[in-house]
Structure formats: structure tokens, C-alpha cells
Design a protein around this ligand. Sequence first.
Ligand code: TYD
Length: 209
Amino acid sequence: MSPSARGRFVTLEGVDGAGKSTHVAYIADAIRARGHRVVTTREPGGTPLGEALRELVLHRPMTHDTETLLVFAARREHVEQVIRPALARGAWVLCDRYTDASHAYQGGGHGVDRARIDALAHWVHGDCTPDLTILFDVPLAVSRERLARAAGEGRALDRFEREEGGFAERVRAAYLERAGAEPARFRIVDSTRPPAEVRAALAGILDAW
Ligand code: TYD
């Protein structure tokens, strides 16, 4: 297969409560409508082992370093078993979170040294990095209100959604810093708008890209 037949790697990012998950299926359909095959997946997760690690990371108490190592262990399986093979077949990969989430949550949120995260990223996936990253951005008041509503409706919040003491602010700031540093890769979507407007913005991003 010629190198030009490689698929594209698209990731979705944002703080908890930014509304990213609402739009995953729409983006997959929009990519398909533009004539590409799509593999939709998520992190932590995307493989049976990765999903088991996700349960641990989201629900068991652990040190910040352990958490970092586990998300990258899950990622290693995912890259080898799912992402690289799909891209090599020419499919597009649409992944709900990837290494930017490790920089935002483990780095920004939990203070893990950026150089360590970069070293793990280099080891675990090397140049298998996203071609396009859509960052769903909302002010903290909005994400907090959405999480409070979800909790009020009986959804159990995970470890990250329950974090306090400026955690979400630091996660958001780390995402925005990464987007600022790599404007060619990132597109920021103002996700406070109604879903139909967000979908229109997403379609515009795919058309212009
Ligand atoms: P999320 O993607 O928000 O799933 P859902 O929509 O089902 O709630 O949940 C995944 C959580 O994992 C999220 O809080 C961020 C966290 N996470 C990290 O801390 N580091 C990572 O590297 C990844 C991929 C996710």
C-alpha cells in the first residue's frame, strides 16, 4: 500500500462536561459521508485490556504516577492493536481522547512532570500522533453545571469528575496551552452553544481541513 493511502488520525478532547461524547457519532457519520471508512474508539480503552485498565484508572484510588503509567499501558495496546492497523488499512481513526488528555489531566491536573509524559509518549506511540485534534471548550461554570446535572440524574461520577481544588481549571488551561502551541493540528470548538450549532461548526472544520 502506498504511504498516501494511510488514513487520518482524528482525536477529540476537552474537560469533563464539555459535551464531546454527544458529538462522536455525528463526527463519525460526517467523515463517512465524505467518503472515508472510520474506526471509532476511545481512551483509556479501545481494546479488552485497555477497557479493563480504564475501569481501574477511573475508579480505583492510585498515585498520579501509577495513573500515568496505566493510561500509557492501555495506549500501547490500543496503538498496536487498533490505531496503527486501521490507519495502515486506509481507514480514518476517530479517537475520543489520546495523549493530549495525559498532558491535560496527569500533567496539568495532577502535576506529573511534562518530560516524563513526553518520554512515555515517545516510547508508547512515537510518531503515531493525531493529524487533527478537535478541542471542545467550555468555561468551567458550564462544565461544572453539566456534571452536577449528570450527578443529579443519578450518574456516578468517576475519579476525575469528582476532583476539586482547581483541578478542572488546570486541565482546561493545559488543553488551551497545547492548542496554542500547535495551531495547525488543533481546532477549538466553543461547546457552550446548542448542539445543532456545534454540529455545524464541526462540519465546517471537516470541510475546511
Ligand atoms: P471520558 O472520555 O470523559 O468518558 P465519558 O464521556 O464516558 O465520561 O472519560 C475518561 C476520563 O479519563 C476523563 O476524565 C479523562 C481521563 N483520562 C486521563 O486522565 N488521562 C488520559 O490519558 C486519558 C485518555 C483520559
